[in-house]
Design a protein around this ligand. Sequence first.
Ligand code: MF3
Ligand code: CO
Length: 246
Amino acid sequence: MVKTQKEIDKIRTACRICKSILIELGEMVKEGITTYDIEKKAEELFKKNSVSPAFENYRGYPAILCVSVNEEVVHGIPSKKKVLKEGDIVSIDIGVIYDGYYGDCADTFPVGKVKDVHRNMIDVARKSFKECLYVAIPGKKTGDIGATIENFVKQNKFSVVREFAGHGIGKELHEYPEIPNFGENGTGEILRENMVIAIEPMIIEHSSPVKILKDGWTVVTKNGSFSAHYENCILIKKEAPEILTE
Ligand code: MF3
Ligand code: CO
């Protein structure tokens, strides 16, 4: 799980490119476009940056991006039929491969004017990640990250999705350790210097289990609650982590 300096440099490049594409795609989110338009733009940006898609064909996943709208939590498949409208919240999740190494990040974007509670939820997802930076240091454990996310989200009156988690990343998209979005302090795998992990809180308005749609991928809340997703890869360092997808 601990990476060499050479590996870290490649993961860092993968992550930088990943984030720059995410930012560009986030800027195009507006009323009237389809989630497939975002996928098409991603295809172009992947080519331009000479990276290959990490998600496409991963366990048979049929697209480059995951674009998850409103009650869709993660793994939404881009579609020409999915037209964005004012008030929607859209999570875009991107994975790239650069020279054999992976980068992975996600963020949630509002379409025009959205409900205050949804804007707030997006903010809480992002801030719950930032809270983790205090405990993502050598000697702490993966459960410290999970507990930090869960507690912060609960304090802000939202709920975490428990069925999915963050992960180690490097030569593979999903490596050990698993990084849960809930849990107990002092439990789980020990964090060590030069580990690279993706922390990805998925949070919802009202607590709910999730289900998978007939397409075999799209994860939605059973109660229809909207969902926000935020993901960054970080490098564990002595004093404080480096956000690689910054
Ligand atoms: N960011 C997600 C993850 O880390 C995306 C995986 S989507 C898949 O798990 F299509 F590749 F499965
Ligand atoms: Co991920």
